[in-house]
Design a protein around this ligand. Structure first.
Ligand SMILES: Cc1ncc(COP(=O)(O)O)c(C=O)c1O
Length: 571
């Protein structure tokens, strides 16, 4: 099948048969080339082939720029889970949010795909020594695969890269060159070094294997959404209930990704386009490219309607992973494809979020979803929150967010100091029985001294979200009621310090619960926060007036906003 692949030059249009040793266009010398595949044939063959292959990146090998499959260098790349973010979805009022968990790749970031395919392609091209410039994760991933493939690697890292990440590059035996300067400067120096020594240079969006590798994210998402819709997620199944002639796979409405140089979205965009060309899907997702505000050349250009991004000379961000100041032609290509793929409106957008919003999103994800991401990944989630709030994302949209990297290497920088409570175990020399000593030491972390809160909501998702928000604070004793009757019983029995009350419930609704709480002298003083999805009429607002402390609309508040209200009412 490889003979049918074509390399096409994006500048002069010259096309030749695929050959792994081709780096520049033999006609005009351009480095901007693209691989095209026999899509109709692949569309016919692939579903059958896939049923016999494991769920990893290489299952799509007919759509990758390699001649052979190289299991000997594999580290188990690709095949990362697609995780339903129920709590985040409930909080944002968008139930179909899925996280493509790229942390679960061999070196914990989505750059594993680029390195796995890139190093396989290097092997096929006979490369023995290579050079890469990086903000951290690219170098880590290439180092691991180069080690397996027996390729010597030079990594040029900007000095802004956290020390823990630099050390990880070094441990694989890569030659680490720390460049005191910006990432763009590190790239220039690396290119010069490779040129002088005649070494292979990994060029990101201008290296065909790198772009091609990122397509596999799109392929996996389409397959995984289809499985979820068929097997587990009934509401997703309803949304995508398909006729007999429907294509095999489904695509999300939105794909979100944090962007530095833009390689990831460029590949993912191509991947979704290829699935459509192969007749395996019938649509394209809108691609949301999110940058950090301190280094957002693409978002600025997009807002101004420009097709070329003005480089940011001095990025001002703590998120060094995303510090590409000059995205060059990648932005132009991404934008062009967003504009051409949909006649009605651009199929995607570029936006930016401040570092603080990314750090906030990191905490939300860790505390509500159990997913600990690095700040660069959190930028995409902060962008999602921003676009949901702006009304660009509709409640029924199916959204996939690329969780591009793991928190581990940067945890010390983002967690602050007060993350543990200390228990000092009594010394063995103390005369009392050890049991008593331990109990005394633990007394200040037990829950009987904590304020108590009753959560009343008939939907499990809403109760779980509120419980999780309060639990992540750690200092409350929580009771839950799933209807009005239960709520009144628990309130009378436990006399909680606060009630968080839903309004729309069968039988005794929230208004009824409130009336009875307020007419009982014992429960009358308990403060109440109403959390509702209901659009209240003026009469209903009047009914609540003076009886509740706060009205919060479901889907419109963030975790810390609820916590602030709770803290204002209970100790
Ligand atoms: C964790 C993480 N997220 C996002 C990005 C952005 O990558 P790109 O814009 O090249 O797709 C990077 C780049 O290194 C990264 O390491």
């Amino acid at each position: 099948m490889s003979g049918q692949r074509i390399i096409e030059c994006l500048d002069c249009g010259h096309s030749i048969s695929f050959d792994p040793t081709i780096i520049a266009c033999p006609n005009c010398g351009s480095l901007w080339q693209e691989i095209r595949y026999p899509y109709a044939q692949i569309g016919a063959d692939l579903p059958g082939l896939l049923s016999q292959r494991p769920f990893d990146l290489w299952r799509y090998r007919e759509l990758l720029p390699i001649l052979e499959y190289h299991p000997s260098i594999s580290l188990g790349e690709g095949g990362t889970p697609l995780i339903h973010a129920r709590n985040l979805g409930t909080m944002l009022g968008c139930p179909h949010i899925y996280i493509k968990d790229e942390r679960q790749g061999p070196t914990n970031s989505f750059k594993d795909r680029q390195a796995a395919v890139g190093v396989a392609a290097m092997k096929e091209a006979g490369v023995a020594e290579a050079v890469v410039a990086s903000t951290g994760n690219v170098a880590i991933a290439f180092s691991a695969y180069a080690a397996r493939a027996g390729i010597k690697l030079w990594a040029f890292l900007t000095s802004l890269v956290p020390g823990d990440k630099m050390r990880e590059v070094a441990i694989y035996g890569t030659q680490v060159i720390q460049v005191t300067g910006s990432y763009d400067q590190a790239k220039k120096i690396a290119a010069e070094f490779a040129h002088q020594r005649g070494l292979y240079l990994e060029r990101g969006a201008r290296s065909m294997p790198s772009v091609e590798a990122m397509k596999t994210i799109a392929f996996e998402i389409a397959e995984q959404l289809t499985w979820l819709a068929q097997q587990e997620d009934h509401s997703l199944g309803e949304k995508f209930s398909q006729g007999e002639k429907a294509p095999h796979w489904i695509v999300p409405d939105w794909y979100f990704q944090s962007v530095s140089g833009g390689l990831g979205p460029l590949g993912v965009q191509k991947g979704f386009k290829e699935l459509k060309e192969a007749g395996l899907t019938d649509g394209l997702p809108a691609i949301a490219c999110i940058q950090t505000a301190g280094c957002a050349p693409m978002a600025h250009a997009w807002k101004q309607g420009l097709d070329t991004a003005e480089p940011v000379q001095s990025p001002r961000t703590h998120i060094s992973t995303l510090s590409t100041g000059d995205p060059g032609r990648t932005y132009t290509l991404l934008r062009q494809r967003m504009l051409e793929s949909n006649d009605l409106a651009p199929n995607g957008c570029f936006d930016s979020v401040p570092d603080e919003e990314a750090f906030r999103a990191m905490h939300i994800l860790a505390k509500l979803e159990g997913i600990s991401v690095e700040p660069a990944s959190a930028v995409a989630f902060a962008g999602l929150i921003k676009l949901v709030r702006a009304g660009l994302i509709k409640p029924k949209d199916v959204i996939v967010v690329n969780c591009t990297g793991h928190t581990m290497p940067v945890e010390s920088a983002v967690l602050g100091d007060n993350w543990a409570r200390n228990v000092i175990a009594p010394s063995a020399a103390v005369e009392e029985t050890p049991q008593e000593g331990l109990l005394a030491a633990l007394s200040h972390v037990t829950s009987d001294t904590f304020s108590s809160i009753l959560i009343v909501d008939d939907t499990e998702d809403a109760r779980r979200l509120i419980r999780r928000i309060l639990q992540s604070q750690g200092n409350y004793t929580l009771y839950e009621a799933e209807d009005g009757r239960q709520a009144l019983e628990i309130a009378a029995q436990k006399l909680p310090d606060l009630v968080i009350l839903d309004l729309m419930m069968p039988e005794i609704d929230g208004f009824g619960v409130l009336d009875q709480l307020k007419s009982n002298p014992q429960t009358q003083p308990i403060p109440v926060i109403v959390v509702t999805a209901k659009e209240l009429t003026p009469d209903e607002k009047k009914r609540l007036n003076g009886h509740i402390h706060k009205l919060m609309q479901k889907g419109e508040f963030m975790n810390d906003e609820l916590l602030d209200e709770v803290r204002a009412l209970v100790k």
